[in-house]
Design a protein around this ligand. Structure first.
Ligand code: MG
Ligand code: MG
Ligand code: MG
Length: 322
Protein backbone atom coordinates (compact mmCIF):
# COMPACT_ATOMS: atom_id res chain seq x y z
CA UNK A 1 0.00 0.00 0.00
CA UNK A 2 3.08 2.24 0.03
CA UNK A 3 2.38 3.41 -3.48
CA UNK A 4 -1.08 4.66 -2.76
CA UNK A 5 -2.08 8.16 -1.79
CA UNK A 6 -5.50 8.51 -0.20
CA UNK A 7 -7.50 11.55 -1.24
CA UNK A 8 -9.86 12.37 1.57
CA UNK A 9 -12.28 15.11 2.60
CA UNK A 10 -13.29 16.20 6.09
CA UNK A 11 -15.12 14.28 8.83
CA UNK A 12 -18.91 14.09 8.43
CA UNK A 13 -18.43 14.11 4.67
CA UNK A 14 -20.56 16.39 2.51
CA UNK A 15 -21.02 16.24 -1.25
CA UNK A 16 -18.07 18.53 -2.03
CA UNK A 17 -15.62 16.66 0.18
CA UNK A 18 -16.56 13.30 -1.36
CA UNK A 19 -16.98 14.33 -5.01
CA UNK A 20 -13.93 16.59 -5.07
CA UNK A 21 -11.87 13.73 -3.59
CA UNK A 22 -13.05 11.44 -6.40
CA UNK A 23 -12.30 14.11 -9.02
CA UNK A 24 -8.85 14.90 -7.64
CA UNK A 25 -7.96 11.20 -7.50
CA UNK A 26 -8.90 10.98 -11.20
CA UNK A 27 -6.82 14.07 -12.04
CA UNK A 28 -3.87 12.87 -9.95
CA UNK A 29 -3.81 9.54 -11.79
CA UNK A 30 -3.75 11.42 -15.10
CA UNK A 31 -0.77 13.40 -13.83
CA UNK A 32 0.81 10.10 -12.80
CA UNK A 33 0.68 8.86 -16.42
CA UNK A 34 3.23 11.54 -17.30
CA UNK A 35 5.09 11.01 -14.02
CA UNK A 36 4.90 14.65 -13.03
CA UNK A 37 2.72 17.65 -12.44
CA UNK A 38 4.18 20.15 -14.89
CA UNK A 39 7.73 20.51 -13.62
CA UNK A 40 6.73 21.07 -10.01
CA UNK A 41 6.19 17.68 -8.55
CA UNK A 42 7.00 14.05 -9.18
CA UNK A 43 3.80 12.01 -9.20
CA UNK A 44 4.56 8.32 -8.75
CA UNK A 45 1.86 7.05 -6.42
CA UNK A 46 -1.61 5.94 -7.42
CA UNK A 47 -4.43 8.03 -5.94
CA UNK A 48 -7.48 6.50 -4.29
CA UNK A 49 -10.47 8.48 -3.04
CA UNK A 50 -11.58 7.77 0.51
CA UNK A 51 -14.20 8.97 2.99
CA UNK A 52 -13.91 9.37 6.76
CA UNK A 53 -17.43 8.19 7.48
CA UNK A 54 -20.85 7.36 6.09
CA UNK A 55 -21.96 9.57 3.24
CA UNK A 56 -25.26 11.46 3.44
CA UNK A 57 -28.41 11.04 1.34
CA UNK A 58 -27.54 13.98 -0.90
CA UNK A 59 -24.10 12.61 -1.76
CA UNK A 60 -25.52 9.14 -2.30
CA UNK A 61 -28.00 10.61 -4.79
CA UNK A 62 -25.25 12.51 -6.65
CA UNK A 63 -22.89 9.52 -6.85
CA UNK A 64 -25.73 7.30 -8.06
CA UNK A 65 -26.86 9.83 -10.65
CA UNK A 66 -23.42 10.04 -12.24
CA UNK A 67 -22.46 6.38 -11.78
CA UNK A 68 -19.83 6.46 -9.04
CA UNK A 69 -19.26 4.00 -6.22
CA UNK A 70 -19.00 5.16 -2.61
CA UNK A 71 -15.25 5.51 -1.86
CA UNK A 72 -13.65 3.22 0.71
CA UNK A 73 -13.59 4.27 4.36
CA UNK A 74 -10.41 5.55 5.98
CA UNK A 75 -10.21 6.94 9.50
CA UNK A 76 -6.55 6.63 10.54
CA UNK A 77 -3.73 8.34 8.69
CA UNK A 78 -0.77 6.69 10.45
CA UNK A 79 2.00 5.87 7.99
CA UNK A 80 -0.12 6.81 4.96
CA UNK A 81 0.31 9.26 2.15
CA UNK A 82 -2.69 11.56 1.96
CA UNK A 83 -4.17 14.46 0.02
CA UNK A 84 -6.62 16.56 2.01
CA UNK A 85 -9.71 17.94 0.33
CA UNK A 86 -12.10 20.62 1.56
CA UNK A 87 -10.31 21.13 4.92
CA UNK A 88 -7.00 21.95 6.56
CA UNK A 89 -8.01 21.65 10.21
CA UNK A 90 -6.66 18.78 12.32
CA UNK A 91 -9.99 18.51 14.12
CA UNK A 92 -11.76 17.78 10.83
CA UNK A 93 -9.07 15.49 9.47
CA UNK A 94 -8.09 11.83 9.83
CA UNK A 95 -6.95 10.49 13.21
CA UNK A 96 -3.16 10.65 13.58
CA UNK A 97 -2.82 13.12 10.74
CA UNK A 98 0.54 14.10 12.29
CA UNK A 99 1.82 10.61 11.43
CA UNK A 100 0.92 10.89 7.74
CA UNK A 101 2.74 12.34 4.78
CA UNK A 102 0.55 15.08 3.31
CA UNK A 103 1.18 15.43 -0.43
CA UNK A 104 -1.38 18.12 -1.23
CA UNK A 105 -4.26 20.18 0.16
CA UNK A 106 -7.05 21.53 -2.05
CA UNK A 107 -9.56 23.68 -0.19
CA UNK A 108 -11.75 26.77 -0.01
CA UNK A 109 -11.87 27.46 3.73
CA UNK A 110 -9.82 29.50 6.14
CA UNK A 111 -6.38 27.97 6.58
CA UNK A 112 -6.42 25.57 9.49
CA UNK A 113 -3.73 24.26 11.81
CA UNK A 114 -2.18 21.54 9.66
CA UNK A 115 1.47 22.14 8.79
CA UNK A 116 3.95 20.25 6.61
CA UNK A 117 7.73 19.87 6.83
CA UNK A 118 8.23 20.70 3.15
CA UNK A 119 6.54 22.56 0.30
CA UNK A 120 3.47 20.83 -1.05
CA UNK A 121 0.76 21.44 -3.63
CA UNK A 122 -1.55 23.67 -1.62
CA UNK A 123 -4.34 25.38 -3.53
CA UNK A 124 -6.90 27.34 -1.57
CA UNK A 125 -9.20 29.92 -3.09
CA UNK A 126 -11.87 31.97 -1.29
CA UNK A 127 -14.63 30.57 -3.50
CA UNK A 128 -17.85 28.69 -2.80
CA UNK A 129 -16.65 25.15 -3.36
CA UNK A 130 -13.53 22.96 -3.64
CA UNK A 131 -14.91 21.67 -6.95
CA UNK A 132 -14.47 25.17 -8.41
CA UNK A 133 -10.77 25.05 -7.49
CA UNK A 134 -10.49 21.59 -9.02
CA UNK A 135 -11.98 22.72 -12.33
CA UNK A 136 -9.21 25.33 -12.56
CA UNK A 137 -6.62 22.65 -11.82
CA UNK A 138 -7.99 20.52 -14.66
CA UNK A 139 -7.93 23.50 -17.02
CA UNK A 140 -4.48 24.54 -15.93
CA UNK A 141 -2.89 21.16 -16.48
CA UNK A 142 -4.74 20.53 -19.73
CA UNK A 143 -6.58 17.38 -18.64
CA UNK A 144 -10.01 16.82 -20.17
CA UNK A 145 -12.82 16.44 -17.61
CA UNK A 146 -14.95 13.34 -18.34
CA UNK A 147 -18.70 13.93 -18.40
CA UNK A 148 -19.40 11.98 -15.21
CA UNK A 149 -16.64 13.81 -13.31
CA UNK A 150 -18.07 17.12 -14.58
CA UNK A 151 -21.43 15.94 -13.19
CA UNK A 152 -20.15 15.42 -9.65
CA UNK A 153 -18.15 18.67 -9.72
CA UNK A 154 -21.23 20.59 -10.85
CA UNK A 155 -23.34 18.91 -8.16
CA UNK A 156 -20.76 19.87 -5.52
CA UNK A 157 -20.93 23.53 -6.56
CA UNK A 158 -24.74 23.51 -6.45
CA UNK A 159 -24.61 21.83 -3.05
CA UNK A 160 -21.93 23.97 -1.36
CA UNK A 161 -23.26 27.28 -2.70
CA UNK A 162 -26.85 26.23 -1.91
CA UNK A 163 -27.77 26.75 -5.55
CA UNK A 164 -25.80 30.06 -5.64
CA UNK A 165 -27.76 31.52 -2.70
CA UNK A 166 -25.00 31.26 -0.12
CA UNK A 167 -22.92 34.43 0.34
CA UNK A 168 -19.86 32.25 -0.20
CA UNK A 169 -20.82 32.10 -3.89
CA UNK A 170 -18.46 33.94 -6.24
CA UNK A 171 -18.65 34.84 -9.93
CA UNK A 172 -16.01 32.16 -10.48
CA UNK A 173 -18.30 29.46 -9.02
CA UNK A 174 -21.09 30.54 -11.37
CA UNK A 175 -18.81 30.65 -14.42
CA UNK A 176 -17.31 27.24 -13.63
CA UNK A 177 -20.77 25.76 -13.00
CA UNK A 178 -22.07 27.00 -16.32
CA UNK A 179 -19.00 25.56 -18.11
CA UNK A 180 -19.54 22.20 -16.39
CA UNK A 181 -23.28 22.27 -17.10
CA UNK A 182 -22.58 22.46 -20.83
CA UNK A 183 -20.34 19.44 -20.57
CA UNK A 184 -22.92 17.47 -18.58
CA UNK A 185 -25.83 18.64 -20.75
CA UNK A 186 -27.77 20.25 -17.90
CA UNK A 187 -29.84 23.30 -18.85
CA UNK A 188 -31.77 24.06 -15.66
CA UNK A 189 -29.24 24.45 -12.85
CA UNK A 190 -31.84 25.60 -10.29
CA UNK A 191 -33.92 22.48 -10.89
CA UNK A 192 -30.92 20.16 -10.49
CA UNK A 193 -29.77 22.17 -7.45
CA UNK A 194 -33.09 21.94 -5.62
CA UNK A 195 -33.34 18.26 -6.51
CA UNK A 196 -29.90 17.69 -4.93
CA UNK A 197 -30.57 19.84 -1.84
CA UNK A 198 -33.99 18.30 -1.21
CA UNK A 199 -32.31 14.95 -0.49
CA UNK A 200 -30.88 16.37 2.71
CA UNK A 201 -34.22 17.79 3.75
CA UNK A 202 -35.48 14.30 4.27
CA UNK A 203 -34.94 13.93 7.99
CA UNK A 204 -37.72 11.44 8.52
CA UNK A 205 -36.51 8.29 10.18
CA UNK A 206 -33.38 10.02 11.47
CA UNK A 207 -32.63 10.30 15.18
CA UNK A 208 -31.99 13.76 16.62
CA UNK A 209 -28.32 12.85 16.95
CA UNK A 210 -28.10 11.80 13.31
CA UNK A 211 -29.65 15.11 12.25
CA UNK A 212 -27.19 17.08 14.38
CA UNK A 213 -24.06 15.13 13.44
CA UNK A 214 -24.64 14.89 9.70
CA UNK A 215 -22.75 18.13 9.04
CA UNK A 216 -21.09 18.98 12.32
CA UNK A 217 -17.77 20.73 12.83
CA UNK A 218 -15.59 21.42 15.85
CA UNK A 219 -13.86 24.74 16.37
CA UNK A 220 -11.68 26.29 19.05
CA UNK A 221 -12.65 29.87 19.85
CA UNK A 222 -10.58 31.83 22.36
CA UNK A 223 -9.50 28.48 23.80
CA UNK A 224 -13.09 27.22 24.16
CA UNK A 225 -14.48 24.15 22.39
CA UNK A 226 -17.35 25.08 20.13
CA UNK A 227 -19.39 22.74 17.93
CA UNK A 228 -21.53 23.94 15.03
CA UNK A 229 -23.83 21.72 13.02
CA UNK A 230 -25.87 22.70 9.99
CA UNK A 231 -28.94 21.22 8.36
CA UNK A 232 -30.07 22.73 5.07
CA UNK A 233 -33.79 22.41 4.56
CA UNK A 234 -36.19 23.20 1.76
CA UNK A 235 -38.65 24.12 4.53
CA UNK A 236 -37.46 24.81 8.08
CA UNK A 237 -41.00 24.28 9.43
CA UNK A 238 -40.59 20.56 8.78
CA UNK A 239 -38.09 20.26 11.62
CA UNK A 240 -39.82 22.62 14.10
CA UNK A 241 -41.90 19.89 15.80
CA UNK A 242 -38.61 18.20 16.73
CA UNK A 243 -36.79 21.22 18.16
CA UNK A 244 -37.27 20.15 21.81
CA UNK A 245 -35.90 16.70 21.10
CA UNK A 246 -32.97 18.19 19.17
CA UNK A 247 -32.28 20.63 22.01
CA UNK A 248 -32.13 17.82 24.58
CA UNK A 249 -29.72 15.89 22.35
CA UNK A 250 -27.53 19.00 21.89
CA UNK A 251 -27.35 19.26 25.69
CA UNK A 252 -26.17 15.64 25.89
CA UNK A 253 -23.55 16.15 23.17
CA UNK A 254 -22.36 19.31 24.92
CA UNK A 255 -21.78 17.44 28.19
CA UNK A 256 -20.23 14.36 26.59
CA UNK A 257 -17.87 16.41 24.44
CA UNK A 258 -17.14 19.07 27.10
CA UNK A 259 -18.19 21.90 24.78
CA UNK A 260 -18.49 25.51 25.93
CA UNK A 261 -21.14 26.06 23.27
CA UNK A 262 -22.91 23.98 20.73
CA UNK A 263 -25.04 25.33 17.89
CA UNK A 264 -27.25 23.81 15.25
CA UNK A 265 -28.07 25.89 12.19
CA UNK A 266 -31.43 24.97 10.68
CA UNK A 267 -31.06 26.75 7.38
CA UNK A 268 -34.05 27.36 5.15
CA UNK A 269 -32.69 27.54 1.60
CA UNK A 270 -35.93 28.90 0.13
CA UNK A 271 -36.77 31.51 2.81
CA UNK A 272 -33.03 32.24 3.11
CA UNK A 273 -32.32 32.35 6.79
CA UNK A 274 -31.26 30.21 9.74
CA UNK A 275 -32.97 29.14 12.93
CA UNK A 276 -30.00 28.87 15.30
CA UNK A 277 -30.51 26.37 18.11
CA UNK A 278 -28.05 27.18 20.87
CA UNK A 279 -26.81 25.44 24.00
CA UNK A 280 -24.11 27.52 25.63
CA UNK A 281 -22.51 28.31 28.98
CA UNK A 282 -22.83 31.98 28.01
CA UNK A 283 -26.07 32.92 26.18
CA UNK A 284 -24.75 36.50 25.82
CA UNK A 285 -22.34 35.18 23.18
CA UNK A 286 -25.27 34.77 20.78
CA UNK A 287 -26.41 38.35 21.31
CA UNK A 288 -22.86 39.63 20.93
CA UNK A 289 -22.31 37.71 17.72
CA UNK A 290 -25.66 38.14 16.00
CA UNK A 291 -27.32 41.10 17.72
CA UNK A 292 -30.29 39.00 18.78
CA UNK A 293 -31.11 38.02 22.35
CA UNK A 294 -31.25 34.28 22.99
CA UNK A 295 -34.49 34.07 24.94
CA UNK A 296 -35.69 30.66 23.81
CA UNK A 297 -33.94 27.56 22.55
CA UNK A 298 -33.28 29.20 19.23
CA UNK A 299 -33.24 32.49 17.32
CA UNK A 300 -34.12 33.24 13.70
CA UNK A 301 -31.30 34.89 11.78
CA UNK A 302 -32.65 36.26 8.51
CA UNK A 303 -30.39 35.95 5.43
CA UNK A 304 -27.85 33.82 7.30
CA UNK A 305 -26.97 30.80 5.15
CA UNK A 306 -23.27 30.13 5.60
CA UNK A 307 -21.54 28.64 8.63
CA UNK A 308 -18.07 29.66 7.57
CA UNK A 309 -18.90 33.20 6.47
CA UNK A 310 -21.80 34.28 8.66
CA UNK A 311 -21.65 32.18 11.80
CA UNK A 312 -18.04 31.24 12.56
CA UNK A 313 -16.49 34.75 12.12
CA UNK A 314 -19.01 36.65 14.33
CA UNK A 315 -18.82 33.92 16.98
CA UNK A 316 -15.02 34.01 16.95
CA UNK A 317 -15.16 37.77 17.36
CA UNK A 318 -17.65 37.51 20.22
CA UNK A 319 -15.52 34.89 22.00
CA UNK A 320 -12.35 36.93 21.52
CA UNK A 321 -13.95 40.03 23.04
CA UNK A 322 -15.18 38.25 26.16
MG1 MG B 1 -17.37 20.59 3.00
MG1 MG C 1 -16.69 22.55 0.36
MG1 MG D 1 -21.10 22.82 3.46
Amino acid sequence: MKHVVYVVGHKNPDTDSVCSAIALAYLWNKWKETGKLNNMMKIDVEAKPAVQGDINAETRFVLGKFGFEVPEKLTDASGKKVVLIDHSEKGQSLDNIDKAEILAIIDHHKIGDITTPQPILFVNLPVGCTATVLKLLFDNTGIEIPKNVAGILLSSILSDTVVFKSPTTTELDKAVASDLAKKVGVTDLTKLGIEIKSKLSEIEGMTARQIIMRDFKDFTMAGKKVGIGQVELVDVEAVKPRIDEIYEELKKIKTEGKYHSIFLMLTDIIKEGTELVSVTDDPKIVEKAFGKKLEAKSVWLPKVMSRKKEVVPPLEKAFASK
